[in-house]
Each structure stands twice: as structure tokens, then as C-alpha cells.
Ligand binder design. Sequence first.
Ligand SMILES: [Zn+2]
Ligand SMILES: [Zn+2]
Length: 181
Amino acid sequence: MDKIFIKFVFCNLKEEQLKKLREHLADVYFSELDVSYFFFDIARAYNFKRNQYLADIILREAERFKKNPQEKWLLVVDVDLYASGLNFIFGQADPRSGIGIISLTRLKPEFYKQKPDEKLFLERILKEATHELGHLFYLPHCENPECVMSFSNSILDTDKKDSYLCLTCKHILRVYRGIKT
Ligand SMILES: [Zn+2]
Ligand SMILES: [Zn+2]
């Protein structure tokens, strides 16, 4: 069975938040989880004009370290990410390499000049991590705005959606992983 690796790149979470993230992902993906730090050079992804990092480059660089195609890697960074044609992204995933990435930067209420809110911050992390991992398990975007696989254009969309898969996405995941319903 595919194993999920959460890799923190020059950032971390509080013990309690990490525990909740582990529990949540284990619950959604019924998979083994491994959490670690992964220090590798992401400087090549930095765009000085935008003061942002191009997610594609980080994913490609990380791929050089990934030997086992069965593994699903979710990188966690605390730098602002973008993708070609988009002002910013909360995360991105490449099912081919089995590597996804989420950024904590825009999940913090402080980013929107609001006061820090640990609970809200954690909720957003759970949602974005579940979303990008969903792509690694070949789930496409979902039309159901409450489903965690619905696309977030803004943090309002993220806050509106649930941290779990809808029944349809759950079914697709089970078929993909060969689990009988
Ligand atoms: Zn997506
Ligand atoms: Zn769905």
C-alpha cells in the first residue's frame, strides 16, 4: 500500500497541530504516515520580481531525491508559491512523480491582517493537505463546493469547504486503491 510522507521544508508545526494532521490524513487516506524534515535547496524556485517561489521547480528538484514510486510525498513550505498563469497557489500536486506541496503562508489569518487563530490555521492546513494528497491519489477537482477536492480560488473557498472527501470522491479513491466498498 502507498505510504504517505509529510516533509517539512524549513518550517514546522506545533506538536499538537502535527498530531491532528496525522490523525486527519490517516482517517481520510487510511494510510501509514511518516513525518520528517526535508532540507533541500529551493532557492532556484525563487522569483525576485514576484518575491514568490515557482512550485513546479520545487517539485522537480524534490523528485531527484525520491526513489520509490509507491511513496506519496507532501512537501510543506512556508514561502509564498505561484504557478504559471496564477497570482498565487495554496498548493500543487504532480501525480506522475507522486509529489505534492502546500504552503502555510496564505493559510495564516495574519496574512490577511487578521489576528492569529490557531484553530482556523489548523483547519486550513488539514484542508489543503487533504486536497493535494487527493490529487496524488488521482482525484480530480470536484464540483461539490463542500468537498475538500473543490478548487480554492481564495481563502474564502478554503474556509467554506469541508476537510473531508465527498461520497463521490471517496468512491473514486476506493476504486483507485482497490478497496472494496
Ligand atoms: Zn487542486
Ligand atoms: Zn468530491
